[in-house]
Design a protein around this ligand. Structure first.
Ligand SMILES: *[C@@H]1O[C@H](CO)[C@@H](O)[C@H](O)[C@H]1NC(C)=O
Ligand SMILES: *[C@@H]1O[C@H](CO)[C@@H](O)[C@H](O)[C@H]1NC(C)=O
Ligand SMILES: *[C@@H]1O[C@H](CO)[C@@H](O)[C@H](O)[C@H]1NC(C)=O
Ligand SMILES: *[C@@H]1O[C@H](CO)[C@@H](O)[C@H](O)[C@H]1NC(C)=O
Length: 449
């Protein structure tokens, strides 16, 4: 652990404010299987940002003290993108979004919170008007910022064969979000999904979200990947196979989390591969997990009150970024690839290709706007039907018997110490489960996280 202290932060802050700011004026757009800003290919050089860890639900983008403290480091690191896992949609984010813009940083935002997310066990029940109001209001809160790159509709909901049915709801939600953006935002904003680092189902999920009619297809796909550990290589990590497998994938693809910690300190030599033409024809960069040091030990910086201390991983990542240019030209992106074929339903892939309609009670939000954001408090939208069975999906004859247990579901997430729980829709680190399990009851129905 080494690095600079508060004094230097203050100096850096002054320095940055003295420089003519290059505020972001153009949004990121999707063309073929890549992102662009204007005519230039855009590669995500990002980090996952959840100071306080997943156990702390503080909205760091509404706390200017926090974002100011961190942004000069993000700029120093050479980032152009942040992923934030949860926000309070009723808070004001103007100042932090503005500071990010001045630092040349875009935001990819997960639209879920612990109380407002898709339930893995009762996905159809959790797809209701209370939830959709929350999601649409979150879109309203962020669509006005030019540096909102995109939205994750959900994160790691599908983690095993028995949760693949929930993919139907994820896809319906993506369709609804895209339609809402089309009606209520002044510009298109890409919507996609972040898949867990589990080999089974990931391929099906990628193709499922990119198949069928255009209005229901995802704008991008991302997955979490912890397979490049230590001084690995393109071939040893298996990233070569991933490039091969997604060569014909027609929408942008990137790593929503990477940075295995089996070998510490991390040297991040995967950065060289990720931004080389070995990969850029198929992948558009990725997000390092994660900016701040939390109990699961993935941090680049250590936060102590107002003080930020950079760790060795920070220095190593910074070195890699600064010595790794993007490929010249367009990096061999591809345009005009056909959408994917929908995967067939099998015993290990239970998603339906016919999606449920938007719940009728949510159509007022779709048509007239979401109205007042409800924030992160109040009752959860994730209620469970009285009979402990999920509602049926179109085409489903008998609803499968859902789990009657409210205990954590093992997600299969390969992050060490970051076992995500059953709180589908959110990235949950090790602590979050402990905090939210047994959060409360609604009308006698157990909340299943
Ligand atoms: C902002 O974050 C700081 C540091 O975590 C905290 O002390 C402060 O209470 C937060 N402010 C608000 C308004 O939440
Ligand atoms: C899936 O399997 C896990 C582990 O066996 C279990 O805890 C969970 O409740 C199951 N989920 C569904 C939707 O059946
Ligand atoms: C690539 O695709 C093949 C065939 O579908 C699959 O068996 C394999 O696991 C995939 N490999 C990777 C690294 O995704
Ligand atoms: C922050 O750094 C300053 C200057 O080095 C030091 O005096 C202060 O105790 C530190 N604060 C915390 C909370 O570590």
């Amino acid at each position: 652990m080494k690095g600079f202290t508060a004094t230097l932060v203050a100096t850096a802050g002054l320095l940055f404010s003295g420089i003519a700011s290059a505020k972001i004026t153009e949004p990121v757009t999707v063309k073929g299987n890549a992102f662009f800003v204007g005519n230039n290919r855009f590669y995500i050089r990002g980090v996952d940002y959840q100071p306080g860890g997943s156990s702390n639900l503080a909205d760091s983008l509404s706390n200017t003290t926090v974002c100011k403290r961190d942004i000069s480091y993000m700029k120093d690191l050479g980032l152009n993108t942040l992923r934030v896992y949860t926000v309070d949609n009723s808070a004001n984010h103007d100042e932090c979004m503005d500071l990010l813009s001045e630092a040349g940083i875009y935001l990819i935002l997960d639209v879920n919170t612990p109380k407002f997310s898709i339930s893995r066990d009762f996905p159809v029940a959790s797809y209701n008007e209370v939830y959709l109001q929350h999601v649409f209001a979150t879109i309203d809160a962020f669509s006005k910022y030019t540096n909102t790159l995109g939205f994750f509709a959900a994160n790691e909901v599908i983690n095993a064969a028995n949760s693949t049915r929930a993919a139907t709801i994820v896809k319906a939600l993506i369709r609804d979000m895209r339609k809402y953006i089309g009606k209520h935002s002044s510009r298109p904003i890409p919507v996609g999904y972040s898949a867990a680092d589990v080999a089974e189902n990931r391929r099906e999920m990628a193709h499922y979200l990119n198949c069928g009619s255009d209005d229901a297809r995802s704008d991008f796909f991302a997955f979490n990947d912890y397979s490049w550990c230590g001084a690995s290589s393109f071939v040893q990590s298996g990233w070569d196979k991933k490039v091969e497998n997604y060569t014909d994938y027609s929408i942008p693809l990137f790593l929503s989390e990477f940075g295995c910690i089996d070998v510490k300190p991390r040297i991040f030599n995967e950065v060289k591969a990720l931004y080389s033409t070995q990969m850029t024809g198929v992948f558009s960069g990725g997000l390092v997990y994660e900016f701040t040091q939390e109990p699961n030990n993935y941090g680049l910086v250590q936060i102590n009150g107002d003080n930020v201390t950079t760790l060795t991983d920070y220095d190593n990542l910074k070195k890699q970024y600064s010595s790794t240019n993007n490929p010249s030209g367009d990096g061999n992106y591809q345009e005009g690839l056909p959408p994917s074929d929908c995967p067939a339903r099998t015993s290990s892939w239970e998603a339906f290709n016919t999606l449920p309609d938007l719940p009728s009670a949510a159509s007022t939000y779709m048509n007239n706007g979401a109205g007042k954001p409800q924030g992160t408090n109040g009752a959860s939208s994730q209620f469970v039907p009285q009979n402990q069975k999920d509602y049926k999906l179109p085409g489903e004859s008998g609803a499968p018997a859902p789990s009657s247990s409210g205990s954590a579901v093992n997600s299969g997430d390969k992050k060490k110490g970051g076992a995500a729980g059953g709180m589908a829709g959110l990235a949950v680190g090790s602590l979050w489960m402990g905090t939210v399990v047994g959060l409360g009851t609604i009308a006698g129905a157990m909340l299943l996280f």
